[in-house]
Ligand binder design. Structure first.
Ligand code: ATP
Ligand code: MG
Length: 146
């Protein structure tokens, strides 16, 4: 049924659960698995590493790119654990929802999987701004994972 699955990944617990769900679905349908990630200033400390400890200015483009590369590594490990291959990891800049939607079009994704909330999670029930914008703008099926 699903041929190309795109996971929108920000490193949050919800996104990790979304990745695992997407990997399981990809495995059972033999679908290609793509990941879209837009590194943000508020990416978790474990990803940005020394930047958080040492600097008080916003991260540079290089530091954001490095954070993205660490996240790609983390995703690679999760994929290996799940026994699936990632077709491609797409690293974007700017607005994460727009980037996810453009990767979905570019890859011809027929399912987008994302966390219900992300790193900014304050309320457990409402959708986050990215999951809301992606669900609103997507031209394919969307799944939000808790
Ligand atoms: P908000 O950001 O609106 O304060 P939030 O962080 O709780 O709230 P979202 O940002 O909408 O909620 O996160 C929901 C899901 O959207 C995440 O679990 C992830 O799947 C995806 N997402 C969020 N930010 C990014 C990002 N920078 N790159 C890729 N995917 C993202
Ligand atoms: Mg967020």
């Amino acid at each position: 049924m699903f041929k190309t699955i795109l996971v929108s990944y920000d490193g949050s617990d919800h996104a990790q659960n979304a990745f695992d769900a997407a990997a399981a679905i990809a495995k059972s349908f033999g679908a290609q698995l793509h990941v879209a990630h837009t590194p943000q200033v508020d990416t978790p400390p474990i990803v940005i590493g020394s930047f958080v400890a040492g600097l008080e200015v916003p991260p540079s483009a290089a530091q954001i790119a490095e954070a993205g590369a660490h996240l790609a590594e983390e995703i690679g490990r999760r994929a290996k654990d799940a026994g699936v291959e990632i077709a491609q990891t797409h690293l974007g800049r700017g607005d994460p929802a727009n980037f996810t939607l453009s990767v979905a079009q570019q890859t011809n994704a027929d399912l987008i999987v994302m966390g219900r909330r992300g790193l900014g999670a304050l309320g457990a029930l409402a959708l986050g701004s990215v999951s809301q914008a992606v669900s609103h703008g997507a031209k394919c099926a969307c799944m939000t994972v808790i």
